[in-house]
Design a protein around this ligand. Structure first.
Ligand code: SIN
Ligand code: MN
Length: 270
């Protein structure tokens, strides 16, 4: 799938490009089935919240050597429509996955992700340049009541903003200080709500400001995130690096796989 010049221009201007119907219903059903299967796994890279300990987030479904491996998720992250688009945006075929995650945001109980830049924490991981991008894929319908993502268009152009450690959330993150977010909002177009049908995707710059609210709806909000970095931009050594499932040490370039690879992977028993 080739991006048009207009799509590339839009991505660089807004830091964001929405790609409706990127995945078929069948593919979404396969990916959802995989996540359901992995929910019962006990692993450090699965975070839980709520009274019944429902999974909130899981990581590292793309590497065959771990407890959360899923061949269909790996295939989804290596498509021409996911990895290939990131390659086009960087004019670089040598990309690896910094991390791969599913955010589940369970119905009624799923909580907030405060405003942040992904590069806020990835820079602290030792990555020098903001040459990273994320493909998000909706595995449920994303609605405003259901806690969809909001993006502040053009905010990536302000560069890296020193984050603070946000201890208020279940999965501790690095967030952007409120005064900086308000300052950026005053000079940006209105935030964009990333709503859409399952299978809709969006690719966004690692410095764009984004966040999402509580899921007040009666439906889960599952979304997959494939975070790509250029192999030439792999992290430098840092003291106390985060675990491999969030700061990958597999810096080999990823290969593209065939269009039908998600369906084919589903046919092979896990
Ligand atoms: C993120 O930005 O890392 C997660 C936000 C979300 O899934 O709502
Ligand atoms: Mn983020």
């Amino acid at each position: 799938m080739n991006l048009t010049e207009e799509q590339k221009r839009q991505y660089h201007r807004d830091g964001l490009l929405v790609l409706p119907e990127l995945f078929s219903e069948r593919e979404v059903a396969i990916l959802r089935g995989e996540i359901e299967r992995l929910c019962s796994v006990d692993a450090d890279c699965i975070f839980r919240e709520g009274a019944d300990g429902a999974a909130k987030a899981m990581f590292r479904m793309h590497e065959p050597d771990g407890p959360t491996y899923s061949a269909p998720v790996r295939a989804a992250s290596r498509q021409a429509r996911t990895l290939g688009i990131a390659q086009q945006l960087f004019s670089d075929n040598e990309l690896y996955m910094h991390h791969c995650k599913i955010n589940m945001k369970p119905a009624v109980e799923g909580t907030v992700w405060n405003w942040h830049q992904d590069f806020g924490s990835w820079h602290l991981d030792g990555v020098a340049r903001p040459e990273m991008t994320t493909m998000m894929v909706m595995l449920d319908e994303a609605t405003e009541m259901g806690g969809c993502l909001y993006m502040l268009p053009g905010s990536h152009k302000g560069g890296w903003i020193e984050p603070y450690r946000d201890e208020t959330t279940v999965y501790k993150t690095w967030a952007t200080p409120a005064d900086k977010v308000i300052e950026m909002m005053a000079k940006s177009p209105a935030p964009v709500a990333l709503t859409g049908k399952p299978g809709t995707a969006a690719i966004f710059d690692c410095n764009i400001l984004h966040g999402s609210g509580h899921n007040l709806s009666g439906n889960d909000r599952w979304q997959a995130y494939f975070c790509y970095n250029r192999c030439s931009n792999r992290p430098a050594d840092v003291e106390n690096p985060r675990p491999d499932w969030v700061r990958s040490q597999n810096w080999q370039p990823m290969d593209l796989v065939a269009e039908g690879a998600i369906l084919a992977a589903d046919a092979v028993p896990a």
